[in-house]
Design a protein around this ligand. Structure first.
Ligand SMILES: *Cc1c(COP(=O)(O)O)cnc(C)c1O
Length: 454
């Protein structure tokens, strides 16, 4: 292996200034926001790691393609280019554009599920679970046991527990399971990949019972690259070839183009089933739009068509995975507790282990996220007791890395800020809730730190 550093495989053509603030300014901002980072204006943030969704920087080729966007209502050549690009990677017969991943989920579950059905997944993403439950079906998570131990290192912690899948289908009957889903990478499970062997095994069980397998494909390119790096037999295959094999085991997929589509908006739904596709297109027309644009502008379709291919470029994936791992490995080497190993799109800090003096009732994840903002203007997101209430299994702080946006020196800055907070972790206070909404309270909650800061 060459000792030369992995560099950003791009140069910068258009820059967006970010502004440093003083600690006093940040203290004022967060007080005004009720100590909820969702309520802080984004232009007051120095490094924004709230999400990797829709925050990618587009390439010169994507911007050029957007100028070719054809905005015709029906039969636009932009749709043909979009469909060809999706099919060359995903291989599915029908490609249905939607405005986001969740619109694809809503249509899929409306067509395929009814009350009383069961949908197994390695781990449902929150919108996937909500859309599944909205049609009266039960969303069941079947992660491997390794997924529940943050500090445990395992190459494919995103895998589904195939023994539990087989047992569930046999116990409940295949008739109650209209589809099985696999989320690659497993976002809610720490951005951890699923192995090709696991996908094959899940497909084998589905096939035996005549159940279709759908892939939640949001981070398919990152998952393909992890397979290349970690699974025997794939080192010499390209990420594109690996992705093609991965999708060959699926009967369809849902996709948010805001992730590995390298676009700022968009998604799609695919299936090989003609009759299902027809029903899905009928529903699409009702709320999203005609099947050749699905709620997107022609220029959005063009940006996705190019972005899907760029997301599979090996030098991009190498830089992306290395950059995320750099952050995780450097803070972990100093003792900071993180979900191991570093995921594809994000690093998750284990806030309960980071702040053992703060009980879960005082939101250790919120306390840590707020401290990263106060210390260095970094925005992250709590995934824990504020988001899930008493159902929270862990209190995590997610640092999601937008694609092609931040450079190595930005990541080094984030490492230093986290380490500064780590060194004075004993002084960090817990929080009390002052106001909460009836559902999805984490978006609008207002909180107050306990006691007086040292
Ligand atoms: C983001 C995401 C979705 C939903 O996509 P949106 O475009 O945000 O609607 C579904 N599944 C996973 C795994 C995701 O990360």
């Amino acid at each position: 292996m060459s000792k030369r550093p992995i560099i950003e495989p791009f140069r910068i053509k258009s820059v967006e200034p970010i502004r440093a603030s003083t600690r006093e300014e940040r203290q004022k901002l967060i007080e005004t926001a009720g100590y909820n980072l969702f309520l802080v204006p984004s232009d007051a943030i120095l490094i924004d790691l709230l999400t990797d969704s829709g925050t990618s920087a587009m390439s010169t080729e994507q911007w050029a393609a957007m100028m070719r966007g054809d905005e015709s209502y029906a039969g636009s050549p932009s749709f043909a280019r979009f469909r060809n690009s999706v099919q060359s990677i995903f291989g599915f017969k029908h490609v249905i554009p939607t405005h986001q991943g969740r619109a694809a989920e809503r249509i899929l579950f409306s067509v395929m599920c009814k009350r009383g059905d069961i949908v197994p997944n390695n781990t449902h993403f929150d919108t996937t679970r909500a859309n599944c439950e909205f049609v009266g079906a039960q969303a069941v998570d079947l992660p491997v046991p390794e997924a529940k131990q943050p500090s445990l290192n395992h190459p494919f912690k995103g895998n589904m527990d195939t023994a539990r899948l087989a047992e569930l289908i046999e116990r409940e009957g295949a008739k109650r399971v209209p589809l099985v889903m696999l989320t690659v990478t497993n976002n809610s499970g720490g951005g951890q990949p699923v192995s090709m062997a696991n996908i094959r095994a899940v497909k084998g069980i589905c096939k035996k019972h005549g159940i279709p397998l759908y892939i939640d494909a949001c981070r398919f390119a990152e998952n393909a690259y992890f397979i290349k790096l970690r699974e025997p037999g794939y080192a010499r295959k390209t990420p594109r070839e690996i992705a093609q094999e991965l999708f060959s085991y699926g009967d369809g997929c849902t996709m948010s183009a805001k992730k590995d589509g390298l676009a700022n908006i968009g998604g799609f739904l695919c299936t090989n089933d003609d009759s299902i596709a027809q029903q899905e297109k009928d529903l699409l027309i009702l709320t999203e739009g005609f099947p050749t644009y699905g709620g997107l502008a022609g220029r959005d379709l063009e940006a996705i068509a190019v972005g899907l291919n760029e997301a599979l470029e090996e030098d991009y994936l190498q830089y992306r995975i290395a950059s995320t791992a750099f952050l995780g490995n450097h803070i972990s080497a100093e003792g900071v507790p993180i979900v191991q190993p570093p995921g594809g799109h994000a690093i998750y800090l284990d806030a309960r282990a980071f702040l053992p003096h703060i009980p879960t009732s005082q939101f250790p994840g919120v306390a840590l996220a707020n401290e990263l903002f106060l210390e260095g203007g970094i925005r992250s997101v709590e995934i824990g007791s504020l988001m899930f209430g008493e159902h929270a299994q862990m209190d995590l702080v997610r640092l999601a890395i937008p694609r092609r946006v931040y450079t190595q020196s930005h990541i080094e800055y984030v490492v230093e800020v986290i380490l500064d907070v780590w060194r004075r972790r004993d002084t960090i206070p817990g929080y009390d809730l002052v106001h909460q909404a009836a559902f999805l309270r984490h978006f609008t909650a207002r909180l107050k730190p306990r006691g007086i800061r040292a």
